[in-house]
Design a protein around this ligand. Structure first.
Ligand SMILES: Cc1ncc(COP(=O)(O)O)c(C=O)c1O
Length: 363
């Protein structure tokens, strides 16, 4: 592939000696689960985000389920979630016993807004999952002003900011995924919950460990969902790079704009006041499906991630009311296309991508 969709190798290559040392430290220490590396990483991520507490877990999907349960979400409750996002944002809700209620998104930022959430609220709404989609923060304060706790799904937004606040510090709780291709990705699965609320963090800590504080008494049915020491030690090497990597992503976006991509397709739109950390660089065009095929054939990575939006996914059908119409979601599902993005994507690569887009659309 001349320009891959993402690059999980080059950005970490210069860190190899530090990563090897971190792995050796864990092997020498002999502690593999919930040890000093996890504790240190949780402190360091909390400090980076400017929040009081981080509770690490096994992945970003568990992080959402546990965050909802920490809030007290359970059977009989409803949780509002956008239909234009990764499947896991909604999949995480039924394990709590609650009902996912799908809402639409803003046509420009592609994120949920207070307006789209309001249309889905009922007296049973117990929480909203607001996704910082593609690394672009949602306007969480306005959603929280509706009076419902917000779980910020920041899986795609590590390194982004809204004003001076970090994505992942905007909701009542926020969740992260450290899946390898994420902005802050480990070498396996990993996730975390961030919050300023000590009681919610404590509930999440109990839930991630079988519902127990001491492995002797069990206060509730929980999960076995932990970040392991190896991944935590690696993430401690990667976290200090996150701001430079996010700058690199924004520079790549600027390369695309300078190369004239905006004359060919609709460029992603940053949320007002936001400094996005473009996890995916998602453009829009009427001929997105055809572009996807042609770019891949030309060696340029391209992918329509959410062609079938969540309210049209078979597994979620039991929670979709008959006749539910989410027109913006349907339109974005059809027209969106992720093109190559990485912290190291340079002007020559951007030129190559733009040339391939131009050639396709000219035909
Ligand atoms: C928006 C969003 N939410 C949740 C998740 C789930 O994260 P994980 O794959 O770590 O379970 C992901 C990524 O995979 C995601 O992109």
């Amino acid at each position: 592939m001349a320009v891959p969709l993402f690059d999980t190798v080059s950005p970490v290559a210069p860190l190899r000696a530090q990563i090897d040392a971190a792995i050796a430290r864990v092997l020498d220490g002999g502690a593999y689960i919930l040890g000093p590396e996890v504790e240190a990483f949780e402190r360091e991520l909390a400090s980076y985000l400017g929040v009081r507490q981080v509770v690490s877990v096994a992945n970003g999907t568990d992080a959402l389920t546990i965050a909802l349960q920490a809030l007290g979400v359970g059977p009989g409750d409803e949780v509002v979630v956008p239909a234009f996002t990764f499947y896991a944002s909604a999949e995480a809700i039924p394990p709590t016993g609650a009902t996912p209620v799908f809402c639409d998104v803003d046509p420009d930022t592609m994120c949920v807004t207070a307006e789209t959430v309001r249309a889905a609220l009922t007296p049973r709404t117990r929480a909203v999952i607001a996704v910082d989609l593609f690394g672009n923060p949602a306007l969480i304060d306005a959603i929280a002003a509706l009076g419902v706790p917000v779980v910020e799904d920041a899986a795609q937004a590590a390194g982004a900011k809204l004003g001076k606040r970090a994505a992942g510090s905007l909701g009542t709780l926020a969740t992260f995924s450290f899946f390898p291709s994420k902005n802050l990705g480990c070498f396996g699965d990993g996730g975390a919950i961030a919050t300023d609320d000590d009681a919610l963090a404590e509930a999440a800590r109990v839930l991630r460990f079988h519902g127990s504080r001491d492995k002797v008494t069990y206060e509730r049915i929980g999960w076995n969902s932990r970040l392991d020491e190896l991944q935590a030690a690696i993430l401690r090497v990667l976290l200090p790079q996150l701001d430079a990597w996010s700058d690199g992503r924004r520079t790549a976006a600027a390369h695309y704009a300078a190369a004239g991509l905006g004359e060919l397709v609709a460029l992603p739109v940053a949320t007002p006041g936001a400094t996005p950390a473009w996890h995916l660089f998602v453009v829009r065009h009427e001929r997105a499906a055809e572009l996807e095929h042609a770019l891949n054939a030309a060696g340029v990575g391209a992918r329509g991630y959410y062609r079938t939006p969540l309210h049209r996914q078979e597994a979620l059908a039991p929670w979709v009311p008959a006749g539910l119409e989410l027109p913006v979601t349907d339109e974005l599902a059809r027209t969106h296309l992720a093109i190559p993005m990485s912290p190291l994507l340079d002007r020559a690569s951007a030129d190559e991508v733009v040339a391939a887009v131009r050639t396709t659309l000219a035909s």
